[in-house]
Design a protein around this ligand. Structure first.
Ligand SMILES: [Zn+2]
Length: 251
């Protein structure tokens, strides 16, 4: 057994029990675990970590912990300059794309609504989600800490909020500013929407829709037809509110 001290900063405290938040505490571990295993055993999933200092030096995830080490763990976006330090986080993705776990169906719909590429499958198991995130370079969004701890997950984020609208604001704050194109994706399948002539979709429309609406889009994936119907204004209002809230709280 060896004894070390641990201190966790910022939003990473969300994963700790109350008595360990925002304090340095002595911690006893068996043998010499990797610093990644030690930190994950405390509850903090590795994709949430940006930087680990041991005795003031930046270390990689596979650093073998030694007796009396002083371990300090930082999330991304702490307010100080870490550009000269070697961070454990993999390089940023060129494109922000998401995969949402099976419990985040409503959030996935909200993200598609504002035009963010979001994969969601109601029947996907944890292994499939982790594999998909890895293969397609998607950020895994989940409220399951064990899923984020899977080795293959490089980019992931633990959603703190429970209400879908609050979750949307949380994602916009965490990953913003983002290039948002509301009403450009299919809510059902994530496909890209394209403008279509009314005559091309006429046979699929109900008489009232045919009478009152003239601009239509169709999903390039599943063919579903969209128009700016009565609920469009309500959705537009919800999107605008979420964006404004995200920007306000980010200041
Ligand atoms: Zn579709």
């Amino acid at each position: 057994m060896i004894e070390v001290t641990v201190r966790v900063y910022g939003s990473l405290n969300d994963f700790l029990p109350a008595h360990r938040r925002h304090v340095t505490w002595p911690h006893v571990v068996e043998a010499h675990p990797s610093v990644k295993d030690l930190i994950e055993s405390l509850g903090v999933p590795h994709p949430e970590i940006d930087l680990i200092l041991v005795n003031g030096m930046s270390v990689p995830f596979d650093y073998a912990v030694r007796s009396a080490d002083r371990i300090v763990v930082f999330p991304q976006f702490m307010v100080f300059d870490v550009r000269t330090l070697s961070r454990v986080r993999p390089p940023a993705l060129e494109m922000i794309r998401f995969v949402a776990d099976v419990h985040l169906g409503k959030l996935a719909r909200h993200l598609r609504l504002i035009g963010l590429d979001t994969d969601y499958r109601a029947d996907a198991d944890d292994a499939a989600l982790a594999e998909l995130a890895h293969r397609e370079g998607r950020i895994l969004l989940t409220r399951d800490q064990a899923l984020l701890k899977r080795r293959t997950v490089a980019h992931g984020y633990f959603i703190r909020e429970t209400h879908p609208h609050r979750q949307l604001v949380e994602v916009l704050r965490r990953f913003g500013p983002l290039d948002l194109r509301p009403f450009s994706r299919c809510l059902r399948c994530n496909g890209v929407l394209r403008d279509v002539r009314k005559s091309a979709v006429d046979s699929t429309l109900l008489p009232r829709t045919r009478q009152h609406y003239h601009d239509f889009q169709a999903c390039s994936g599943c063919g579903r037809v969209y128009w700016k119907g009565s609920h469009w204004k309500r959705l537009k209002h919800a999107i605008d509110a979420a964006q404004e809230e995200a920007e306000r709280r980010a200041i």
